[in-house]
Ligand binder design. Structure first.
Ligand SMILES: *[C@@H]1O[C@H](CO)[C@@H](O)[C@H](O)[C@H]1NC(C)=O
Ligand SMILES: [Ca+2]
Length: 360
């Protein structure tokens, strides 16, 4: 099919539009046009096919959600299934909820489209804390990171609605330098091998792979997020302006994620709250061509990692002072101190001499 249709202009436009479409309706139209109900969905420059994977997807009516072992999705905490959405948390203090896929995902290249809604009574910056989308080794754990465990193993994408760090700095009467200020709500991503803690007080700044501002609360149109993982390239885009277009947020090459992890979504409220709703999660398998070199390069990994990852604020701790260094520092400090006192006495005497002279 790629060979036949690959170079024609109208077809390329279709691909592109398909790429920009999240609601499947146009996709269905195209599939009908192609006359194949289960046909592939072409998204790239002739080598990418996209299939919806029902076992990793969630949509209305939420029949596969429940507690049974036959359910595709399990709920946790305060999460509730409604007719039009799955509510992770209601707009009430100290709630947490999550939604986890029961089927591990063994796809190599995939795209997760998240249709979500965050809304509530709180005024600007008086709402929280946001929601997270997960692809992790563990599932159904509760904890402090948007309702999921800390030191998770895998990928976390956070839609953070409350600027903890900024509020703390304000309280201490300190100001951000403009270059480092992040405007909230803010989307960020983190890859963890289980060794890193998510720093809630700093909104994950020390461990973030990238991020962008995303004004997503209380909007009257639909808001979407897409997480695409192709050839170890992680791309996160959003459609939150009601324009039906994907806008870039995060792009990181060299992201190694093992297969067989679970998709999930979670949320937490504290003193501040919001309704955090998931309307749908659609996982597409992306079929991409790999050169033999890429095949070799993209072998399975057992721990998540990011190539050439320099965590900006993980500076190496200073080596402990050796005994000799400590001795020298103390010694020279003492020498300096004595020297300063001697100089001081000399100057004082001189000054006294002079003032005495002035008197006579
Ligand atoms: C886990 O990640 C940390 C921080 O990125 C790194 O220092 C450590 O070497 C990693 N551990 C393994 C076993 O790869
Ligand atoms: Ca926060």
């Amino acid at each position: 099919m790629a060979a036949v249709l690959g170079s024609s202009g109208w077809w390329r436009r279709w691909w592109w539009r398909g790429l920009l479409t999240r609601d499947g309706s146009r996709m269905l139209l195209l599939l009908l046009l192609l006359g194949s109900g289960q046909g592939p969905w072409q998204v790239g420059a002739g080598q990418t096919f996209e299939y919806l994977k029902r076992e990793h997807s969630l949509s209305k009516p939420y029949q596969g959600v429940g507690t049974g072992s036959s359910s595709l999705w399990n709920l946790m905490g305060n999460a509730m299934v409604m007719t039009q959405y799955v509510r992770l948390t209601p707009d009430m203090q100290s709630k947490q909820g999550a939604l986890w896929n029961r089927v591990p995902c063994f796809l190599r290249d995939w795209e997760l489209q998240v249709h979500f809604k965050i809304h509530g009574q709180g005024k600007k910056n008086l709402h929280g804390d946001g929601l997270a989308i997960w692809y992790t080794k563990e599932r159904m754990q509760s904890g402090p990171v948007f309702g999921n465990m800390d030191k998770f193993v895998g990928l976390g994408v956070f839609v953070d609605t409350y600027p903890n760090e900024e509020k703390q700095q304000e309280a201490q009467k300190r100001r951000y330098s403009p270059g480092v200020q992040r405007v909230f709500p803010y989307i960020s991503a983190m890859v963890n091998n289980g060794s890193l803690s998510y720093d809630h007080e700093r909104d994950g700044r020390p461990t973030e792979l990238g991020g962008c501002t995303a004004i997503v609360r209380n909007l009257h149109y639909d808001t979407f997020l897409v997480i695409r993982y192709v050839k170890r390239h992680l791309t996160i885009m959003m459609d939150i302006d009601g324009k039906h277009e994907w806008r870039d947020c995060i792009e990181v090459p060299g992201v190694r994620l093992p297969r067989g992890y679970y998709f999930g979504a979670s949320s937490i409220t504290g003193d501040l709250s919001d309704n955090h709703d998931i309307i749908s999660l659609k996982l597409f398998e992306l079929t991409v061509e790999r050169t033999p070199e890429e095949e070799k390069l993209h072998r399975d990994v057992f721990l998540p990692s990011v190539d050439n990852m320099k965590l900006p604020e993980m500076t190496a701790p200073l080596p402990p002072l050796s005994g000799l260094a400590l001795f020298l520092i103390v010694f020279f400090s003492l020498v300096f101190f004595v020297f300063a006192i001697v100089i001081g006495i000399i100057l004082y005497n001189k000054w006294q001499d002079q003032s005495r002279k002035r008197f006579y």
